[in-house]
Design a protein around this ligand. Sequence first.
Ligand SMILES: [Fe+2]
Ligand SMILES: [Fe+2]
Length: 333
Amino acid sequence: MTGYRDAQDPVPYGADDRPAEEHGMTRRQLMRHAGWFGGAVVLTVAGGEVISHIAGSGGTAAEAAAASGGALRFVQVSDSHIGFHGPANMDVVGSFTEAIGQVNTLGFRPDFVMHSGDLTHLSTPGQFDQVRQMMSGLRTDRVFTVPGEHDSIGDAGRAYRQIFGQGTLGDGWYSFDTHGVHFIALVNTLSLEKLGHLGTEQIDFVRKDLAGLSSDTPVVVFSHIPLFAMYPQWGWSTDDALKVIALLRRFSSVTCLNGHVHQLFSKTEGNITFHSATTTAYPLPKPGRAPAPTPQVVPARRLKAALGIRTVGYRQGDRELAIKDDSLPGAHQ
Ligand SMILES: [Fe+2]
Ligand SMILES: [Fe+2]
């Protein structure tokens, strides 16, 4: 299939082949999000419905999936904003380095890592090169990306695609399969005129891409800007996403994972669950809690708690998908 990546395709760039370390580190629950997640949300697919429930402190589905052979385990990182300098985080390189170290000491080697956009802050060649080199240190088989609007400044994403667009279609979208799950990576950030927009060519790609899939295939969709209307007043939505949502309605399990909003948020609409990821750079305000979505300065001891990584587990056959969000190491809760 044209533009289709599968598990046999070469790594787009830079991942090494060192064995996974088994440090058995204790991953701290994100207690600051207890009101939102209670630490971890476990998504169970049963009878065609996605059931989201709060996991207890021991024996989560994610841990069960991680412990079982043959499970899919991947990591989402987002919004590293390499090149940002400001009081909200004076060392985004250091924070992203910590996030990479956290991925590399999960106690298992993730099947892949997805960076869901805003890799850089200003789309400069130096920033692209720096983030590419940093991600080459991830101990995983493959690294995938989708662009953020900060990766598309002034050139509609051309510089981004030169480095990260290998094997993609159109303006950088693609899909792949692994462990029985179908993944689609979308682009909704190309220019200020196209922010939060997919376009007919990309929607046609999704239509053809999904056409041959059985409705019981779990589908995961990545995008930078949310596909749900998280807060349209700040551009935290995608104006033509409903055309893609309509194509996804027949599937029993659909999970949409996005960045851009620099905070955890979860929402379920029928068969589709949306999860906004946090950032490794700096927090943004909650929707409507500030005049504009500008970087939030928090006390240094609390910054790490606002930053983090996401681990996703899926055990083939059990139709179980688990999402776990962790703050950076050393965070004060
Ligand atoms: Fe961002
Ligand atoms: Fe963004």
